[in-house]
Design a protein. Structure first.
Lengths: 490, 231
């Protein structure tokens, strides 16, 4: 049975239009994956020798154990946002004679074959091999290695639960923030007990049973969770509650683009995926706290410029990169109705620009870090409105993944929308502001950098019409391809 | 109104539609019938410029649809559920379409009044998003939305499918009324020969993308069609 599932999955994967995109992009994605593998590999080797060199009096394994908690926490965060949960379209399997447990085991088993589960191997494996070569107790190292793998898989299954259950996610997030704050203010440090815990696992090889059990428990938990909802009116049913018509007449002042703005506002507040994006953009607001508080970055203003752009650009980037996917469900309507493409694009741009302004207002408390920083944020906001917005809209054309706006349980349908292609498009957005700031900063001074960044944005705003026309042309050119990709059955 | 010239569409060398010429005069109620794969939806998609023709062109009121968008203001359509915006309530959807067609909220409200019967209290003020309506009710909303703003050209793909019997009868009345009392050109496709002969003045039969029959509807049309399809 499993074999048949596997073949079905393969067909679904290889026959989707998403997969059949340009060869250049595929190669780049492959390179990106290789790069990540290589960095992990280097990290594994470097960790061993580096620690030996810097702290010759300490065991590399002890040092790694002390910090491995951060690796796992980062892993949780990364997976939550990046890992696409492999999903099985469950409805057709409900009535044919396959045991439910088989379907669920397959569904869960499939999540094991993920890049995110292989990546840690490239770190832990060379590191462990080096340990053994250097006369650390082989049994202990091997047991430790497996413990790490089991922890990784536990995170894999934990992510599955987190992704389907917003409450669990918020709970973990709260705990995490609390832990970081406690650590930061020196009230309580989680690194110490965590380090102690991982060292104990290393010292007592039989303790490998702990992560193993953890993994099994999480697996069972997942299994039960899905099993319980394996009904038409369970996990895959639609939720209906009473709703009210919203006029949103206050948006009428925007004239021609008002109807689109109204729809976008409704879309964002009435669907699950856009709500997630909204939530994410709030998180982006805190991005500066990481950079502005670190001594290390004070001498690297290019990074600060990058961070400043991020603070106000959260919504712009996470929403904008999925234009026009947001409207994929009714794209044919938009294409056959009396809609000038320009107004459509302009409304999206306006929405993004307004979001930048709101984020900028919300970022006022950053004045605490000084006017230099705040000036940087202001310049970043201008860059976002004037340039980043257009780059993002332009990038949207490359993204032809149909999106299900209101997905209740992600386990039963794709976690769409976020894919590596978008990371690729993100490159000019990230390095653009760094360069625009850095060059004048290097050759003139700090203020010149800020002014250059601000001017780049203002220029973008001046040439709004020009950019919109260009983008409109690209969208027009890709119209038929986009329609075809969006009407593909999910 | 519509003028088709050497229109063909093929995918990887397989022809799915090939119409040498077809003229639909303004104000006509035009029916398209044919088995699955006959090319009905392909034809409508070409007419709405949702796909590109492999050769030839369609003119909608002398505008080549794949070259200019000027046909959009006077053309409206309901092809399938992807013409609905799932997260809107029916009212919001109607107002949105109204906005696009230059109708104020009051215009739309006034317009909707005449369809109270058709809606049968299942569409308006239901406090539900369109995505949560049944297939039939979604269709009702979509069809009426396509009539907002007095379009000169209305395209409906299988409007009778999924509707309950009462609604089918009411829909026939609406289409006949459009035909008799307005200048609107109506294009519909259907698998139901009885309905289509009842409402359409002219029926074209497609088979494997080719036009095989072009009939002015009369008493004998239904029999003729039944004989044709009973092969």
């Amino acid at each position: 049975m499993f074999k048949r599932f596997v073949s079905l999955e393969w067909k679904q994967f290889s026959r989707s239009s998403y997969f059949q995109k340009g060869i250049a992009i595929k190669i780049l994605l492959g390179l990106a994956a290789l790069w990540m593998i290589a960095s992990a590999l280097v990290l594994g080797v470097a960790a061993f020798f580096g620690i030996q060199k810097v702290m010759p009096d300490k065991d590399p394994i002890t040092v790694v154990n002390n910090f491995v908690i951060y690796w796992f926490l980062a892993d949780v965060a990364f997976r939550y946002f990046l890992q696409q949960l492999p999903v099985l379209n469950i409805k057709p399997y409900m009535v044919i004679p396959i045991k439910r447990s088989t379907v669920i085991h397959f569904l869960l088993g499939k999540t094991t074959i993920s890049f995110f589960n292989f990546l840690p191997l490239f770190f832990f494996l060379p590191f462990s091999v080096l340990l053994i070569i250097n006369d650390f107790a082989a049994l202990q190292v091997i047991a430790w290695f497996f413990s790490m793998i089991f922890f990784t898989l536990s995170i894999n299954y934990l992510n599955f639960l987190l992704n389907k259950n917003n409450k669990a996610f918020y709970l973990i997030l709260t705990l995490l923030i609390a832990a970081i704050l406690l650590e930061y203010y020196g009230v309580y440090s989680i690194t110490e007990p965590a380090g102690y815990f991982f060292n104990t696992i290393y010292n007592k090889p039989y303790a490998v049973i702990i992560p193993l059990l953890l993994m099994i428990i999480l697996y069972r938990f997942n299994f039960k969770f899905i099993r319980k909802d394996f009904y038409l009116d369970g996990a895959i049913s639609k939720e209906t509650k009473e709703v009210h018509t919203q006029e949103l007449t206050w948006l009428n002042r925007f004239g021609k683009v008002a109807p689109f703005l109204k729809n976008d506002v409704r879309m964002i507040i009435r669907n699950k995926r856009p709500k997630q994006v909204l939530f994410m953009s709030v998180i982006f607001l805190f991005y500066g706290l990481i950079f502005y508080t670190q001594e290390t970055y004070q001498d690297m203003p290019a990074f600060l410029a990058f961070a400043s752009m991020f603070i106000t650009g959260g919504f712009l980037m996470s929403f904008g990169q999925l234009v026009p996917s947001w409207d994929s469900e009714y794209y044919k309507l938009l294409m056959s109705q009396n809609i000038p493409y320009r107004e459509y694009l302009k409304s999206k741009w306006l929405l993004m620009a307004v979001a930048v302004v709101i984020s900028f207002i919300l970022s006022t408390p950053y004045i605490y870090f000084g006017w230099d920083i705040y000036g940087m944020i202001a310049a970043g906001a201008l860059f976002n409105m004037g340039l980043n917005s257009f780059i993002t809209l332009y990038g949207g054309v490359l993204n032809r993944v149909p999106m299900e706006l209101n997905v209740k349980a992600k386990a039963f349908s794709n976690t769409q929308g976020f894919n590596p292609t978008q990371l690729l498009i993100a490159l000019p957005k990230i390095f653009g502001p760094m360069l625009i700031f850095y060059l004048p900063y290097k050759f003139i001074n700090f203020e010149a950098g800020i002014i250059a960044l601000a001017i780049s944005g203002i220029l973008g705003l001046v040439f709004t019409n020009f950019f919109l026309n260009k983008i409109e042309k690209v969208y027009q050119k890709n119209k038929y391809k986009t329609i075809a990709a969006f009407s593909e059955k999910k | 109104m519509i003028s088709v010239s050497n229109l063909s569409k093929s995918y990887n060398g397989v022809s799915v539609l090939n119409i040498e010429n077809l003229d639909i005069p303004a104000g006509e109620c035009f029916g398209l019938v044919g088995n699955n794969g006959a090319g009905k939806t392909t034809f409508f998609s070409l007419l709405l410029d949702l796909i590109q023709p492999s050769s030839g062109y369609i003119k909608n009121k002398n505008i080549i649809v794949s070259e200019s968008e000027e046909w959009k203001p006077f053309t409206s359509s309901f092809i399938d559920e992807s013409f609905l915006i799932g997260y809107l309530t029916a009212e919001e959807y109607f107002y949105f379409i109204g906005d696009l067609r230059g109708q104020t909220k009051a215009d739309v409200d006034e317009f909707l009044k005449q369809y109270a019967d058709f809606f049968n209290d299942e569409i308006l003020q239901k406090k539900k998003y369109l995505r949560n309506l049944s297939k039939g009710n979604q269709k009702k909303a979509g069809i009426i939305a396509a009539l907002i703003g007095k379009p000169e050209m209305v395209i409906l793909d299988e409007p009778f499918a999924n509707l309950d019997p009462t609604t089918q009868i009411r829909l026939k009345k609406i289409i006949k009324d459009l035909d008799e009392n307005t200048e609107t050109t109506v294009l519909i496709s259907s698998h139901d020969l009885i309905h289509v002969t009842e409402v359409c003045k002219r029926i074209v039969v497609l088979d494997k993308g080719e036009k095989v029959k072009d009939i002015q509807t009369s008493q004998a049309t239904l029999e003729e069609l039944e004989a044709y399809f009973n092969k």
